[in-house]
Design a protein. Structure first.
Length: 106
């Protein structure tokens, strides 16, 4: 929600806040899918919860602290060897009839 505030400046010079928020929403979706389809996602190797340990921002008092946490999380996610990112790219081939189908309906 912080990234969608109208008066929040872009936290990265090369990426719009809404794009960062979109990536975070995709990660959150994968986390929720795993709550419902845990066994399937583990079987096909697209489980993600084991790799995610986000720092909560709701308890942070300053916007600067929130920006730093979001930047760190986004930069972690964008690394080419990030397991969450790699697994998200495999959804359409490894789970086209379940998770891939859900993603297409969003």
């Amino acid at each position: 929600m912080f990234l969608y505030k109208p008066n929040t400046e872009n936290i990265l010079s090369h990426t719009d806040n809404t794009r960062i928020a979109s990536h975070i929403e995709d990660i959150l979706n994968m986390m929720v899918y795993e709550l419902y389809f845990e066994e399937h996602m583990k079987e096909v190797g697209i489980d993600v919860l084991q790799f995610i340990n986000p720092k909560p921002i709701d308890t942070l008092k300053s916007d600067k602290e929130k920006v730093e946490v979001i930047q760190d999380f986004y930069e972690w996610y964008q690394k080419p060897d990030n397991a969450v990112r790699q697994r998200m790219l495999l959804v359409d081939t490894r789970s086209k009839d379940i998770i891939g189908l859900i993603n297409k309906s969003l």
